[in-house]
Ligand binder design. Structure first.
Ligand SMILES: [Fe+2]
Length: 355
């Protein structure tokens, strides 16, 4: 185990969907899969360009101002870019342009990225791997294949997982290699368990064929008292499970700052509300997200959610975008949430016991 300080902070950005106009700049070679794809992507391209013309640079400038002398690195939990480039060189340029935009104001602080679905969308697998490799090498001292890797910071383990190309054997190996950590931070773009949103089945190892592996991994992370840091849902959310003497906490960050989200609003505040969204939306959710998901009926979704109801002791979800500061010490772990471009914390989420 590497030595190092026991008290430090980590700056966190959630989904940022970097993009710019004109559309041809990054999407000139993109070909829609059909009318719905064209409609959906046009909405996202416009949303992102509008966001990056003003609000996101302000949010990132605020994040840079709230970093501290003890901030170890800047962590991005994925969907760094919009993707949809359909060209290796353009996708790699988009990733690097996004990195430059996100680290502005952070000096030479290391940048750690968990690969999101948009980061590889549009044929970007090779571009993501080539983008992540030098960033991962800086943290691990090794050359890695793919976009999953682990490293130590002081007594703590950071396990970074590429959820779009999940490899249960590799994930378990990384957990084996980091046994004995004071805190285990399990970082990935997607949630670790079924969510209660428009895509409840879209989480790590969420395909039916991976059922056994995802149940085993969830149990292992509970036993490990892991802290999951994720994004993807475009909400600020905390979930905590206590089962069999272990405790797993998951925190979801979001930096997609839409105009209607200038002020945070509550969506759920108690575990009993988990499943409300799915029950209120009886239409089967069958979208083929990025070609990696399978049709689920509402009954299947509710059954999937039921697996994650036992032991769910905390569930709070907010329509809220901003930047975050993870604070780590022997006394515990907390996240300060700064709404939009705030320079003072809007709310503090206690992830592990704070003295
Ligand atoms: Fe996203």
């Amino acid at each position: 185990m590497a030595s190092g300080c026991r008290e430090y902070t980590v700056s966190i950005l959630g989904d940022t969907h970097f993009d710019a106009s004109p559309t041809e700049l990054y999407h000139g070679k993109w070909v829609p899969r059909g009318p719905k794809d064209l409609r959906d992507r046009k909405y996202e391209f416009a949303r992102n360009s509008d966001m990056w013309a003003d609000r996101l640079p302000r949010l990132i400038a605020a994040a840079a101002k709230t970093r501290r002398d003890d901030t170890a690195f800047l962590l991005h939990v994925g969907d760094l870019i919009q993707g949809d480039c359909t060209d290796y060189g353009i996708q790699l340029k988009m990733l690097r342009d996004a990195q430059a935009a996100c680290i502005r104001g952070f000096g030479d602080l290391p940048f750690v990225v968990a690969c999101g679905n948009h980061d590889i969308r549009g044929g970007g697998e090779r571009a993501v791997d080539d983008f992540v490799r030098p960033l991962a090498r800086r943290m691990t001292g090794r050359t890695i294949d793919g976009a999953s890797f682990s490293f130590w910071h002081g007594p703590d383990a950071f396990v970074i997982v590429d959820f779009m190309r999940p490899d249960a054997a590799l994930i378990n190996r990384m957990l084996d290699e980091t046994e004995g950590a004071r805190y285990t931070f399990f970082v990935l773009h997607s949630p670790i368990a079924a969510s209660d949103t428009w895509g409840p089945y879209w989480f790590l190892l969420g395909k039916p064929c991976d059922t056994e592996a995802r149940r085993a991994l969830f149990a292992r992370l509970v036993a490990r008292n892991a802290i999951v840091l994720c994004g993807h849902l475009h909400v600020t959310q905390i979930r905590r499970w206590r089962r069999d003497g272990g405790e797993l906490v998951e925190f979801c960050s979001n930096s997609v700052w839409r105009p209607q989200e200038d002020k945070p609003s509550e969506l759920a505040t108690t575990p009993a509300q988990f499943g409300e969204y799915a029950r209120a939306h009886p239409t089967p959710m069958h979208e083929d997200h990025d070609g990696c998901l399978q049709t689920r009926t509402q009954e299947e979704i509710l059954a999937l959610q039921d697996e994650y109801r036992p032991g769910l002791v905390e569930y709070r979800k907010y329509r809220a975008a901003g930047h975050y500061l993870l604070r780590v010490s022997d006394g515990g772990v907390a996240v300060d949430f700064y709404a939009c471009d705030s320079l003072s914390p809007t709310e503090t989420f206690k992830l592990k016991f704070m003295v």
